[in-house]
Write a protein that binds this ligand. Structure first.
Ligand SMILES: Nc1ncnc2c1ncn2[C@@H]1O[C@H](COP(=O)(O)OP(=O)(O)O)[C@@H](O)[C@H]1O
Ligand SMILES: Nc1ncnc2c1ncn2[C@H]1C[C@H](O)[C@@H](COP(=O)(O)O)O1
Length: 222
């Protein structure tokens, strides 16, 4: 019996991994999908035509980048829908709107008109049949110092050159955002409580919690 069956996780479940930049979403997405035999949905970073430019000039590129991410997330939502679920997704669409777009608008790096265009496009997209809330959002959290160390260790040049205040503000926004998040069930995991590299059993513990929450929320929906 595999771990998905052992913990009674439906094979059409959609699990989204959320959390600030560098916290460990992609690493968790890969490990979890492998253990559950699910497909993965990743963000495009290396082939993103705006990301480098965005980090160099937020004001000029914020709107372009948000539209790009929104289009990508929508295509992924459609792909997940067409497969009928069974996915682990690296970052949710809610973070694009609730964290990044909002932050750049509030900092004056996106005009009111651009922000309204962006949010109306988002609202129209989530009304389509392709878009479903995830069955579970796993929120990865840790201390700001630990997360900053991971950004440094990963070493993407554009992120190294970004002032630490950007990461600090994002960290604080994430803390507020998750405390008010209500779109789907949440599992909060502290990055000090597992080690996917050295301790394989820590993933099973996470999967058992996922199974518990998914089955609880299923019972609640009945
Ligand atoms: N469980 C972990 N223990 C130690 N280092 C980790 C762990 N998960 C991720 N990392 C490291 O942290 C950095 C950021 O991880 P990544 O998964 O790319 O984060 P994200 O997708 O949230 O930006 C990478 O260098 C990765 O190797
Ligand atoms: N919606 C977004 N706006 C701005 N920047 C974003 C958005 N979504 C992701 N990003 C950036 C942050 C990182 O530099 C890369 C990849 O994110 P990660 O959290 O490392 O997976 O894209």
């Amino acid at each position: 019996m595999n771990l998905r069956e052992k913990y009674n996780i439906p094979n059409n479940a959609v699990i989204t991994i959320a959390g600030t930049v560098g916290v460990g979403k992609s690493t968790m997405t890969k490990s979890l999908a492998k253990a559950l035999n699910f497909r993965t949905s990743f963000e495009k970073v290396d082939t993103n035509p705006y990301l480098d430019k965005y980090y160099k000039d937020f004001k000029k590129w914020s709107f372009h980048l948000q539209i790009y991410f929104l289009a990508e997330r929508f295509k992924e939502a459609k792909r997940i829908f067409e497969y009928g679920g069974g996915f682990v997704q690296d970052r949710s669409i809610y973070e694009d709107t609730g964290i990044f777009a909002r932050m750049q608008y509030e900092k004056g790096n996106m005009t009111k008109e651009d922000y309204e265009t962006y949010t109306s496009l988002f609202d129209a997209m989530v009304m389509t049949p392709f878009f479903h809330h995830p069955d579970l959002l796993i929120y990865l959290e840790g201390s700001f110092e630990d997360i900053l160390a991971r950004i440094k260790e990963r070493g993407r040049p554009m992120e190294q050159e970004t002032p630490v205040e950007y990461w600090q503000e994002m960290y604080e926004r994430y803390t507020n955002w998750i405390n008010n998040f209500q779109e789907c069930p949440i599992l909060r995991i502290n990055i000090n409580d597992y080690d996917l590299y050295k301790d394989e059993s820590s993933l099973e513990e996470i999967i058992s919690k996922i199974g518990y929450i998914l089955n609880e929320s299923k019972a609640y929906k009945k």
